[in-house]
Design a protein around this ligand. Structure first.
Ligand SMILES: [Zn+2]
Length: 268
């Protein structure tokens, strides 16, 4: 029996029995903790906000027989902009699903906490949360040992020309346009990326969390990165992430809505 005081982000919040909530909290020193919050859904509970998904708070936990129970909590950031924006909320829910999938195999994963702190802040504040999500998932997989090889040709080692390069999913890297290089790898799932997209990926992978999202992309390169990121994630995790499909439909709805209202303006 012991007490533990820790900061943490709520990655998952599930109601169970009567008015209780079961939480997965990502902490800096103890990795992912599963905690129960007794009575947190009752009207009078003062744990209400601190048990919302994606909240950042300081928790006092009671530890007994391998279980954690929340005694009290101080909310540091309720991440309200997320709750008011369906797109940002979908982005951060998707990323939480990925982080929980990875941590299931390695609950102590040390880099997950700083990764989450920067990525969730960026998703809740950046004008383009969908792009940030695409970048963040490549960054996270890279930190887990699944970085795509982007800096030069996987076969001949030469730098890429302005033609860009082709990604071979089974090889985990990009290959230049030389026929000899491409002939030497078997047929596999592939994707062509421009030199601009390669530069962005390289910047993302090399730089620390506080800097790695800081660049501007053209419309075309943005789409390339988002598409590549989704395919790479599906390939590495061997799983289709449903919330990415929701994001895609939200994006195309916005595009057609903006086109329509633009059309109206043009006519008037
Ligand atoms: Zn080559």
């Amino acid at each position: 029996m012991s007490f533990l005081k820790t900061k943490g982000f709520v990655l998952q919040s599930i109601a169970y029995r009567d008015s209780n909530i079961l939480l997965k909290i990502l902490t800096p020193e103890h990795g992912l903790l599963t905690c129960s919050a007794q009575g947190a859904r009752s009207k009078r509970s003062n744990l209400k906000i601190a048990t919302n998904p994606f909240v950042f708070a300081e928790y006092e936990l009671f530890h007994y027989r391998e279980r954690y129970r929340i005694q009290s909590a101080n909310v540091i950031d309720a991440y309200l902009p997320l709750m008011e924006d369906i797109k940002r909320l979908t982005c951060v829910s998707h990323l939480a699903e990925l982080v929980l999938d990875v941590l299931r195999h390695n609950p102590q994963g040390q880099t997950s906490y700083p990764f989450w702190a920067f990525a969730s802040y960026k998703i809740s504040t950046d004008p383009d949360p969908v792009l940030i999500t695409g970048l963040a998932q490549i960054k996270y997989l890279s930190e887990q040992g699944f970085a795509p090889w982007v800096d030069n040709c996987l076969i001949c080692g030469k730098s890429f020309s302005d033609l860009g390069a082709r990604f071979y999913f089974a090889e985990g890297g990009f290959i230049c346009e030389e026929r000899a290089c491409r002939k030497s790898v078997g047929s596999s799932s592939i994707m062509d990326l421009s030199i601009g997209a390669l530069a962005a990926l390289s910047f993302l992978i090399r730089n620390p969390y506080e800097k790695c999202y800081n660049f501007k992309l053209s419309k075309e390169v943005r789409i390339e990165i988002i598409n590549f990121s989704e395919r790479y994630l599906t390939y590495v995790m061997e799983k289709d992430y449903q919330k990415l499909a929701i994001l895609r439909s939200l994006e195309s709805f916005e595009v057609s809505y903006n086109d329509q209202s633009k059309g109206k303006l043009d006519k008037s």
